[in-house]
Design a protein around this ligand. Structure first.
Ligand code: PLP
Length: 395
């Protein structure tokens, strides 16, 4: 960077998202003509369902192309509250809802409006890459608690409880989890909410993968006792409806928080795209069949991917109960052929085997590699064959 470019200090508190970096590296190699298999991006490979696309086209034809309220249209807020009520038995009103430009935007804004310098934010490891950076950007202090592979990366209330101090302001919970696919036991989540409620701490429940659950019924912490002033929901249409590019996310929270989110957006992004909001209304109020169809397909892929990984020498892999990621432990191969850590592993895997996957270090878990199985069966077969051959060459 030329010496006369001087960025604000806060830009040194965050770095580019590692998942986006891996995707960009894979795209670059593809553009150079390499046959890369991409397991990096956390993105459904299914197209956005037809009815949702048609709603957006209709919105354009009907000139629904102007500013809306900065926090989203009343129509969409009603649709979000109603969908959440139908899916999870909650009771939100539009005043408790803010629509944002994706779930990531919702979480970023929440940190900006809730966290003061020095406030502590509890983040379970492995965590979604963005949490630590957005906490740092708001000058909060991330306090990490570790979950373990031998217990399926399950988060338990006692882990959270032991990390709470007088400075704790907020607890992140992400279930189903990215990157492990772990789903938190309902009773444990209830205990976390009860503890947080008693201590006046917020629980930010990231419901990005809320419908992508393979065992048991999906649930929302917002339906628990004492949730109303304690639980904040960050939701997204990206994964459940295969709408990553549309940038549709939302927050469900006490009205004062939802209002503050709207105020921040009124001075930053203004409204999420008007046309995408119409598409989101259709996604939430129209037929929901596509979710079940995608889930069936993901389950087949999950079983295949985990089965293949577990059959590879030295690899262990917990069975994911939700989302669309496998998180195998690759550490048996560290120390071989110049591989010291997860970053070395994923870089060599990309260069030598043409498979893109995200290093576990990006999620606070060095021993692992995240493989997104939101890819076609043909690509999964090809990519896993390549991983197998790559490991054989390392041995
Ligand atoms: C756990 C988790 N939360 C939130 C998001 C944000 O998704 P989006 O900004 O596309 O709504 C993601 C995306 O990968 C995620 O994995």
């Amino acid at each position: 960077m030329p010496a006369n470019i001087s960025l604000a200090e806060r830009m040194s508190w965050i770095s580019e998202s590692p998942t986006m970096r891996v995707s960009a590296a894979a795209d670059r190699m593809k553009a150079e003509g390499h046959d890369v298999v991409a397991f990096g991006a956390g993105e459904p490979d299914f197209p956005t369902p037809e009815n949702i696309k048609r709603a957006a086209i209709l919105a354009i034809e009907q000139n629904f192309t102007k500013y809306t309220a900065a926090s989203g249209t009343l129509e969409l807020k009603k649709a979000i509250c109603e969908r959440h009520r139908l899916d999870f038995g909650t009771d939100y009103s539009p005043a408790e809802c803010c629509v944002s430009v994706g779930g990531k935007h919702s979480i970023f804004n929440l940190m900006q409006i809730l966290i003061d310098p020095g406030d502590e934010v509890i983040i379970p490891i492995p965590y979604w890459v963005t949490y630590a950076d957005v906490v740092a950007y708001s000058q909060g202090r991330a306090v990490f608690v570790e979950t373990h592979e031998d217990h399926g990366f399950e988060l338990r209330a006692e882990m959270i409880e032991s990390a709470i101090t007088d400075k704790t302001k907020l607890i992140f919970v992400n279930s189903p989890n990215n990157p492990t696919g772990a789903v938190m036991a309902r009773e444990e989540f209830e205990k976390v909410v009860a503890i947080a409620h008693a201590r006046g701490i917020y629980v930010l429940s990231d419901e990005c993968y809320s419908q992508l659950v393979y065992e048991g019924q999906p649930y929302s912490a917002a339906a628990f006792a004492d949730a109303k002033n304690t639980v904040i929901i960050s939701g997204s249409l990206s994964k459940n409806y295969s709408m990553t590019g549309w940038r549709m996310g939302f927050t469900l929270a006490p009205a004062a928080i939802a209002k503050a989110m709207g105020t921040l957006q009124s001075q930053s992004t203004s409204n999420p795209t008007s046309v995408a909001q119409k598409a989101a209304v259709e996604a939430l109020t129209g037929p929901q069949d596509s979710i079940g169809e995608m889930l069936t397909e993901y389950r087949t892929r999950r079983d295949y991917v985990v089965g293949r990984l577990r059959a590879m020498p030295g690899i262990t892999c917990a069975m994911p109960k939700g989302a669309f990621y496998a998180f195998p432990n690759m550490s048996a191969y560290y120390g071989k052929k110049g591989i010291a850590n997860s970053l070395d592993f994923s870089e060599q895997l990309l260069e030598k085997a043409l498979v893109a996957a995200v290093p576990g270090g990006a999620f606070g878990a060095e021993d692992y590699l995240r493989i997104s199985y939101a890819a076609s069966m043909a690509d999964l077969e090809k990519g896993l064959d390549r991983i197998e051959q790559f490991l054989a060459q390392l041995s």
